[in-house]
Design a protein around this ligand. Sequence first.
Ligand code: HEC
Length: 435
Amino acid sequence: MKAFRLMPVAIGIIALFTGEASAADPATVNWKSVPTKTVALFYPAQSTYQWLRGADHAGAPVVTGGGACLTCHKDAEEKLGNKLVKANKLEPTPVDGKNGVVKLNVQVAYDKENAYFRFQWKTNNPYPGEAYPFYRFDGKEWKTYGAQKLAAAVRKGEQPGVYEDRLTMMIDDGGVPAFAGQGCWLTCHNGERDAPNQPSAAEVKASPFFQAIKKADVRKYLPSTRTDELASWDKGKSLEEIAKIKAAGGFLDLIQWRAHRSNPVGMADDGYVLEWRNFDAGKNMFSSNMDAKTKQPKFMYDEKKVGKKALRIEDIRKTSTVLIRGQTAVPFDPNAGWKEGDLVSQYVVSREDAAGSAADNKEAKGVWKDGMWTVVWARKLNLTNPDDKALVEGKVYNFAFAVHDDNVTSRGHFVSFPATLGFGVKADIQATRLK
Ligand code: HEC
């Protein structure tokens, strides 16, 4: 851990020598001078794009016409979340003990080079969700172990509920029609994971559109990339048409701080939503820990640092479960005398491996204390990558926030209605200009 804390300093020194602007440390911002906006996030259950436009939603005609959710649902987050999180027509698989609402404290500042964000929210559990599902040795083979709480295996009690906490921002600069009024709900569709009418893996594989985009499951997408009025998952436009939408800026930035796969190396990921939920070009700070050829993990824990080569289920929530290359991870030894129940993480994390546009969020750090995450994050202004929405002084953006809490992924998160965020411009959330 020591080595990591020194890293920003090292980067600063390298920057001095290369004449490059240094990556700013968001922890050094005087956050007391930056106003806090509290945004209510709520559990959306299966309120998909298609449901919102269907006969069961009283607001369907207005939504179909591109109208804003807040026209009818202003200050309704608590009522919606507390109802939707329990069993109801939009929630076929409720998670026991789950809260319906999360209050997210948001602070935003900026200077010449960076936007700075600070977030705080309470977790439902008395521990940080830093673990990710594992590979478990069953005496013969390494098999996936643990899953998010919406998964059937967890609901049936066959697997423990394990997933990392996350903080997500979706950013639109006006390039995505209706995002200002309908936010994330443009991206959430029937057919996606844990949504209604989810196709089988074979059905996805047989879809010519999914063959063209080379994806094996359905994830967030924008209606503009589909051909039919209800934007069906499998009715995609041609790759050429989708490339044109992207070039014209018709996509959303989607950037995520992840408690397991990015936070331990002080980063957040960088993706975008268009025909799918893509990662930016380059390489993420996390990669699979499974060797496809040997069917064995690539890395195990460094015994000198972690005290053991593999964890056991009793260790979770007591010790860090993250495999950091060069710090807590060393190459896997197939002859280490593995025992049934041994666990290693499904991912290996590395700051040095991250590259290109996927590595833009180099300064994001969360600390969990007394039941609360505090995440600070710097994002460079004026990015020029074709898969980013450049944040620019003098401009206003539509933001949507999400938090994944208590071992869930996919739609098991809390989401906000969209809000405007301005850098030197009047907006729902106004970024404070730092000197
Ligand atoms: C023209 C008004 C109107 C608009 C616009 C509208 N809704 Fe609704 N919505 C309603 C009404 C009325 C109901 C049913 C009564 C209620 O629960 O408030 C409802 C119900 C819902 C429910 C189910 C709540 C429950 O109690 O089961 C969800 C979820 C929802 N709306 C989400 C949205 C979202 C997301 C948007 C924007 C994409 C939206 N609505 C836009 C009027 C609207």
